[in-house]
Design a protein. Sequence first.
Length: 427
Amino acid sequence: MTRDYRKGMQFLADARERLDMVAKKLKLDPGLVDKLKFPKRALIVSIPVKMDNGHLRVFTGYRVQHNLDRGPGKGGIRYHPEVTLEEVTALAMLMTWKCAVVNIPFGGAKGGVYCNPREMSLKELEGLTRRFTYEIMMMIGPEKDIAAPDVYTNPQVMSWMMDTYSMHQGFSVPGVVTGKPVHLGGSKGRLDATGRGVMFVTREGLKHISLSLKGTTIAIQGFGNVGSASAKLLSEAGAKIIAVSDISGGLFNPKGIDIPSLIKHVKRTKYKVIKGFKGPQFISDFKRANEKLFGLKVDVLIPAALENQITEENAGIIKAKMITEAANGPITPRADKILAKKKIFIIPDILANAAGVVVSYFEWVQDTQALFWKEEEVNRRLEEIMTEAFYDVLRAAKKHRVDMRMAAYMLAVFRVADATRLRGIYP
Ligand code: GLU
């Protein structure tokens, strides 16, 4: 595998540029801005894994803590062939803003392993996860830094992490990771949480532009955990999902795709992809499928895959009235400017996909208290936090005459900067 380091470097440069723009608006002290630009700490580890063929392979893993002034580090672990230190560092920064914008008491962190999980067996993935957990053990813990699922990691991976950490402590420590299965101290509602939050903010965003979910047309890029849960909950709420894409291609049906059947189909395929689903038009060429999806005349476009998907090259073709950023960092700053000229209402990632980490917070609270909530309780509290955060951001946008992204960043960066200022600099 050859890794393209430039993407991650650009992503980090973009994250820092956005921070600079917000800092200027907030008139922050330049020294403080520097503190927020760089992570508190970052760890690079080598992960030797005995592969099924008997050979040893060494993978590289990272855990980055961006800022812990508002509470322990929080953020997912990503297994992906494009993971780099810079990408993980940028994502850790996004986690800091995300936790702050929904006002939960966590700082930002992120982890990742450079690997291709699609080519690995379950046993290899278990070996990788356990050794990675062991290597980052000095950084994590329920009071220090709490991991969670991200791209290509899931409740099973979280179970192995929790078990490895617990074996070293000598007792069960469920609070070291969130996104666990319910039988291991996971929270009800966590699996669909990010998608549910995407549905809540999309609903409120549509109200703002005088539309409603009923009959609204939606295109979704990405059909992993977030994309599929968003599609399911949005279609249950009356929206029409007319296009969906993933790495295997894109599905198009102007009458609306049957989402429950598509989810069933994906579960049955070896690589968990949409390819092979009968009915709608299918384009197997990844690039062409994405182009078609982005260029559709829909009410809402939901990028729910990876960062840097909507760039200055393709922003021009977008015709949606609204974009809900379900992925982290799907729109580059340059594309943002193009979309702003088109007056597209954008619900930014740090708000739009924050429900995952909100229910992670609920999971951590439940684990800490060893007292578990009903699913309705989880969803009710989630709806309260997400709608409140949406209107906090909308109010800030109106007050300061800025777009939703700038408003969300202003709220978040102000909260973090204030925590840093109040705590002071040690020693
Ligand atoms: N990986 C998710 C995110 O990017 C969830 C993080 C968490 O629950 O800690 O927000």
